[in-house]
Design a protein around this ligand. Sequence first.
Ligand code: AHG
Ligand code: MN
Ligand code: MN
Length: 365
Amino acid sequence: MAITPRTSTTLTQFLIEQRRRFPDASGNFNALMLDVALACKAIAKSVAYGALADLLGHHPEDGGSCVNVQGETQQKLDVLSNELFIRMTECGGNLSGMASEEMETPYPIPTHLHRGKYLLVFDPLDGSSNIDVNVSVGSIFSILRAPRHVQDGADLTEADFLQPGCEQVAAGYALYGPTTMLVLSVGSGVNGFTLDPVMGEFMLTHPDLRVPEDTQEFAINASNARFWELPVKRYVDECLAGRTGPRGKDFNMRWIASMVAEAHRILMRGGVFLYPRDTKDPDKASRLRLLYEANPVGFIMEQAGGRASTGRKPMLQVQPGQLHQRIGLVFGSRNEVERIERYHSEPVALKDENPLFAERSLFRD
Ligand code: AHG
Ligand code: MN
Ligand code: MN
């Protein structure tokens, strides 16, 4: 069957068009974005080869396995994807440094290379527990401005990256699913591109994406229910109660365990995702990380008319305290996220009246 392209706008053409809005722009940002897109294409290729290229399984070291700064076992593709991001973006002259889930400390652009205006923060492979079972994974990235002193050659430190999400110049993700897609916001809406695997080009296929304001679909890892705070328990309980409960409608539930894939589903058809603050580990606020998971996805959601929150405040207003800081994250359809925020601000006296947590409850503590 002949495949007739439905679109002829490439990512490059799209970026050039966007740049017309900023007559003084140098083109550095566009060059950086194309380098990031190249890294994503290289990762897509590695993910697609999988076992054929011996790329599944744990990253070996002396026959054992490596653990990253998160305390998580690294997969081969976590490490390779991290290397591809560095290799494809460090020589362009547009970055002063990078930070990633897989690197304990920031990576400064080596002194023999030119330093540029931007910082790149990324999760090279999100959902990497899904690699070995051939379920969608992705890459998440955030672009920040580099402080002047760093561009001028001063040492790069963790503090240079501790900028609230509202300061992001751009953010996006690549999704390595049945097709490879790049979803991007440069601060004026959200656009989606599909990789034409023969031409090697990202083509604009999903212009001006918008998250529906309402939904009947939620995503949460219910195995953590006993660690949730009461406002989250209340929200989920009301969803589960369905048509005869306080919401007066039935809800559906999904959990892919690749946040990037959940974000994409929500961008396509609405929904709400929660990895809320919980009490599972007293040393960690939650599972997901602020700078390279919550902030870029939050930026995309807000730019598409959705909402992203800690439950207590807008995600993009959080002042980061640490490079690998974890945070409770709620995002998706605006009305649903606002409802969850409202539950967090209301006093709760639920435990006794809530059937879900009663003696014979499914989710009893
Ligand atoms: P990563 O693979 O980058 O460490 O991130 C995985 C994250 C996220 O993608 C997903 O939503 C979550 O971990 C899944 O957590 P559970 O294992 O608790 O379901
Ligand atoms: Mn991740
Ligand atoms: Mn990851």
